[in-house]
Design a protein around this ligand. Structure first.
Ligand SMILES: [Zn+2]
Ligand SMILES: [Zn+2]
Length: 85
C-alpha cells in the first residue's frame, strides 16, 4: 500500500482535525451520508469529535467541530490550576 504524504497530514476544517483513516466497521460520511466502508477506500476522521467523512467531502462539511471548539489545551491548563488550589 502506497500512501501519499497528504495522508499523514491533519486537515483542519472548521475546527475539525481530520486525519486519514481506514474504517474497519460500517461508518457513514457526515456530509453525504454514504457509507465510508466497503469500497476499500479510506476517509478522514476528526481527532476531536470522531466525525467521519470521505476525502472528497471533508472540506465541504458545514458544521463546526463540537469537540475542539475552544482548544482543549486551555481546558487542561485550567484543570491543572484547580489541582494547585
Ligand atoms: Zn471534529
Ligand atoms: Zn461523503
Amino acid at each position: 500500500m502506497i500512501f501519499s504524504f497528504d495522508d499523514f497530514r491533519v486537515h483542519d476544517v472548521k475546527g475539525h482535525r481530520f486525519l486519514a483513516k481506514f474504517f474497519r466497521q460500517p461508518t457513514f460520511c457526515a456530509f453525504c451520508k454514504e457509507f465510508l466502508w466497503g469500497f476499500g477506500k479510506q476517509g478522514y476522521q476528526c481527532q476531536s469529535c470522531q466525525t467521519a467523512v470521505h476525502k472528497k467531502c471533508h472540506d465541504k462539511l458545514l458544521g463546526k467541530c463540537p469537540g475542539s471548539g475552544r482548544n482543549s489545551e486551555s481546558t487542561i491548563v485550567s484543570f491543572k490550576n484547580l489541582i494547585h488550589i
